[in-house]
Design a protein around this ligand. Structure first.
Ligand code: SAM
Length: 287
């Protein structure tokens, strides 16, 4: 396969999403889409999609939101899912319902030559926080929007506001070394937590009417399947999985026991609902 053009500054993230990140997300695709279902719902409601619209799903991963968007736009519309992860796009292609108005493109959204002024909506569920130079990426993506076209995406607020992602890390750190400290602007799940930074990036990229709305959600990390399923979620996704990667077996086992105990204290029947908090970001292509 021809290699897509990339912005070299994104090389580390591209390696991660084609390596361990892409592997975990592809293996857990079905479960992950259930955990993140509440996010899709609020995001798609907010996007107020009309039949016939053309949408780009940025960092579409295994395609769940692209398929939801396709239902909204119908046969007269079109969804382009863009992602830089070959394994995740491979899964998206496998899952595409016959006849759905969806195409998937393996590309770095920072440099991909989108057809100018061709699109009504740029959309993303957690696919825009991994750019090394976000204002370059958003400037490039904005060119795809028609005048008056809109941007709607979800990104995580701070780690403190997202215990669903952080609860395991505190336990893991009792047994394994801390992850390298990240600067707040480093690409990663929390790089858009700061409202002012997001506003600055979007303004520099030429967007107008920028809005950030805080949405708090309860995410069932057990997916209604009990304690062991919740432990699998914590060990497979996010910072806890990164901290435990390549650690000695006995340390991982000790951390897992500790995570089990803390998760059990939040269990309600077969569910373990934990707090998640996102920014619902909206903007227009006023130019
Ligand atoms: C946290 S995952 C979210 C996936 C999907 N949107 C979902 O909600 O299931 C982030 C996604 O962004 C993609 N991504 C990261 N950097 C990218 C880039 N420069 N261009 C396109 N996609 C990128 C990753 O490959 C990954 O699929």
């Amino acid at each position: 396969m021809t290699q897509p053009a990339i912005d070299d500054r994104n090389a580390d993230q591209i390696a991660y999403w084609n390596g361990p990140g892409g592997k975990h997300w592809t293996e857990r695709q079905e479960l992950q889409d259930i955990v993140l279902g509440p996010v899709s719902k609020v995001l798609i409601d907010r996007a107020a999609i009309k039949a016939g619209e053309r949408v780009i799903d940025v960092g579409c991963g295994c395609g769940a939101t692209s398929f939801d968007l396709a239902k909204k736009v119908g046969q007269g519309g079109h969804i382009t899912g863009v992602d830089i992860s070959e394994p995740m796009l491979g899964r998206a292609r496998e899952l595409t319902p016959a006849g759905a108005p969806v195409e998937f493109v393996l590309a770095d959204a920072t440099v991909y030559p989108f057809a100018p002024a061709s699109t009504d909506l740029l959309f993303s569920r957690f696919g825009v926080m991994f750019f090394a130079q976000p204002s370059d990426s958003f400037s490039n993506m904005r060119k795809a929007l028609r005048p008056g076209g809109r941007l709607v995406f979800a990104c995580w607020r701070t780690p403190r506001d997202n215990p669903w992602m952080m609860i395991g890390l505190k336990e893991a750190y009792k047994f394994v070394p801390k992850l390298p400290e990240m600067k707040p602007d480093d690409p990663g799940p929390f790089s858009f937590a700061d409202e002012e930074r997001v506003r600055r990036i979007l303004t520099e990229s030429g967007f107008t009417d920028i809005g950030l709305e805080r949405v708090d959600l309860a995410l069932d990390i057990a997916i209604g399947r009990g304690l062991e399923a919740a432990i699998e979620t914590v060990l497979a996704i996010g910072p806890t999985s990164r901290a435990l990667e390549n650690q000695p077996k006995d340390k991982v086992e000790a951390a897992t026991q500790s995570i089990r105990a803390v998760l059990a204290s939040h269990q309600k029947g077969e569910t373990i609902p934990l707090g998640g908090s996102i920014w619902m970001v909206t903007a227009s292509n006023g130019a």
